[in-house]
Ligand binder design. Structure first.
Ligand code: ADP
Ligand code: MG
Length: 268
């Protein structure tokens, strides 16, 4: 479904653009339809850059992005625009996707109007249906974003993304700004929606526990490179790389993976 091949991204800054940052360094990942790849790594490791490249919101310096077999890196103009609704991003901070001057009704109507997905007569029903899908009551519809909670805002942002019937979404730390209990609700909501609509997800987080909950496979990113990839079982219980062990230790306690290795040795 989504294949990134040998992606590199170099940012240039400063005088004569001479200061170079290699944000992503020769990364290859792929995600099958309906599956979630969890991308984990510390802040600045290149996760968001890679996620935006997967959606072609930014151009890679080199490498290929394929979506459903189509080479996105070569696609331009109307052909790319036609694919756009099928690929969406969910941000950490719902305030980036919700205009504070618009009611929830207006926020929700905007993508439906632009993409020609609903006419004026059916608009209200469509919006209420989408709000219901993300577990929101209909009485929220005429409120402004500042009149609802952070968790509700993130649900509205999710409903907006879903209104375009995407096949692929990049969720970039979508619950990092939420309280733990609300975070858990939004995560399980994303999972249940994924099951129903067979969504393919690139799920980005610095939090290994969140990644474990959400992912079919995990890629560990460090200084722009993927240093380790595998099933949650592999990554959490038999991490090969020193860096990954530290991540696991930080998330689960330093003995977590050691204990697991002892179990495995005892069995063999
Ligand atoms: P993460 O999402 O893992 O925190 P990012 O992809 O945001 O990492 O950033 C990776 C690296 O690229 C960082 O060193 C960051 O400072 C740099 N970077 C990100 N965006 C830009 C940009 N637009 N211009 C220059 N450097 C950038
Ligand atoms: Mg980021």
């Amino acid at each position: 479904m989504i294949e990134l091949e040998e992606i590199t991204k170099v940012y240039s800054r400063g005088f004569l653009r001479r200061q170079k940052t290699i944000a992503v360094n020769n990364v290859s990942i792929s995600i099958k339809r309906g599956k979630t790849l969890g991308l984990v790594g510390e802040s600045g490791s290149g996760k968001s850059t890679l996620g935006r490249i997967a959606l072609r919101l930014i151009e890679p310096s080199s490498g290929t992005v394929r979506f459903d077999g189509i080479d996105l890196t070569r696609l331009k103009g109307s052909k790319l625009r036609k694919l756009r609704p099928r690929m969406q991003i969910l941000f950490q901070d719902p305030d980036t996707s919700l205009d504070p001057r618009m009611t929830i009704r207006e926020c929700m109507a905007e993508p439906l109007i632009i993409s020609n997905r609903a006419g004026p007569e059916e608009m209200e029903d469509r919006i209420l249906g989408l709000l219901g899908q993300v577990g929101l009551q209909s009485d929220l519809i005429d409120r402004y974003p500042f009149e609802i909670s952070g968790g509700q805002k993130q649900r509205v942002a999710l409903a907006r993304v879903l209104s375009l019937d995407p096949d692929f979404i990049v969720a970039d730390e979508p619950t990092a700004a939420l309280d733990l209990s609300v975070q858990a609700q939004v995560l399980s909501l994303i999972k249940s929606i994924q099951k129903k609509s067979n969504l393919t997800i690139l799920f980005i987080s610095h939090d290994l526990q969140v990644i474990e909950q959400m992912s079919d496979s995990i890629a560990v990113m460090h200084h722009g490179s993927i240093i380790e990839q595998g099933t949650p079982q592999d990554i959490l219980h038999i991490p090969m790389e020193h860096y990954t062990r530290n991540l696991v230790a930080a998330a689960y306690g330093s003995d977590a993976w050691l204990g697991k290795i002892k179990d495995l040795r005892a069995k063999s």
